[in-house]
Ligand binder design. Structure first.
Ligand code: ATP
Length: 235
């Protein structure tokens, strides 16, 4: 089972009425990879991530998680940690209290060793004992990522975790993701920033208007990607 590809997306399509938000997207995420889903706002990144987390249904195509076809309520979803919808933390509780409350709701047993490792990777340090209302935006984002990492899932899926962060906070988040993708784990992360994906990810899937326009190892594709696609909408 260890050999199974964490994520395989085949011909994914999602339409809203006549509007095609995701148009035949295919890609894989292998263990040890940090894969960037890169594209301007509206490219279909969030829609794709929502489909593969089972939050919304695809119009067509398959999502295989560790070789199992994604179906509503599939147990295989417990092997994914996700930050797709911003978690609402309780500001008067500490970071740790928030994470414990979240974990209790999953019904899974709390494991101190996993918690300690997730915190070390997230780099929150003693701040975990402070109330969330004292956190900077960057620390809240890392707490959200720590929450997604709590059970040390083999696949971590993050939707724009650096949204609204300043360059030092972005660099911190980059190290968090790179620390995570070891020991057979994998990360899928969306971003609209080419430079960020270039620096953070091993692989990239470039999407534009719902379609994959380039994919592969970051060092192979970045030079070929027309940056104008991003300048128009974002940078
Ligand atoms: P962003 O970075 O802004 O989230 P994105 O690449 O994640 O961009 P999506 O949020 O996936 O893009 O949206 C893709 C397209 O689908 C957009 O044009 C959006 O307006 C449209 N869309 C998304 N959700 C819906 C919906 N529920 N109903 C209609 N259109 C939608």
């Amino acid at each position: 089972e260890y050999a199974e590809t964490p994520l395989s997306v085949k011909g994914l399509r999602k339409t809203y009425g006549k509007f095609v938000a995701v148009d035949e997207i295919s890609f894989t995420v292998e263990r040890g990879q940090v894969v960037g889903l890169l594209g301007p706002n509206g490219a279909g990144k969030t829609t794709s991530l929502r489909v593969l987390m089972g939050l919304t249904q695809a119009t067509a195509g398959d999502v295989l998680i560790f070789g199992h076809k994604l179906a509503p309520g599939a147990p295989v979803l417990s092997r994914i940690g996700a930050l797709v919808e911003g978690p609402g933390f309780l500001p008067h509780l500490t970071g740790e209290q928030n994470l414990r409350a979240y974990w209790r709701a999953t019904g899974r047993p709390w494991e101190d060793a996993q918690f300690t490792e997730a915190l070390a990777i997230a780099g929150l340090g003693d701040a975990i004992h402070r109330r969330v209302k004292t956190y900077s935006h960057g620390m809240k984002q890392r707490l959200a990522v720590a929450q997604a990492m709590l059970g040390l899932p083999e696949l971590l899926v993050l939707d724009e975790p650096t949204d609204g962060l300043d360059p030092p906070q972005i660099a911190e988040m980059r190290r968090v993701l790179q620390r995570y993708a070891v020991d057979g784990r994998a990360v899928l992360v969306s971003s609209h920033l080419l430079a960020e994906v270039e620096q953070t990810c091993t692989h990239a899937v470039v999407v534009h208007k719902g379609r994959v326009v380039a994919s592969g190892r970051v060092d192979e594709i970045v030079g070929d990607t027309p940056t104008t696609q991003f300048e128009v909408n974002d940078l």
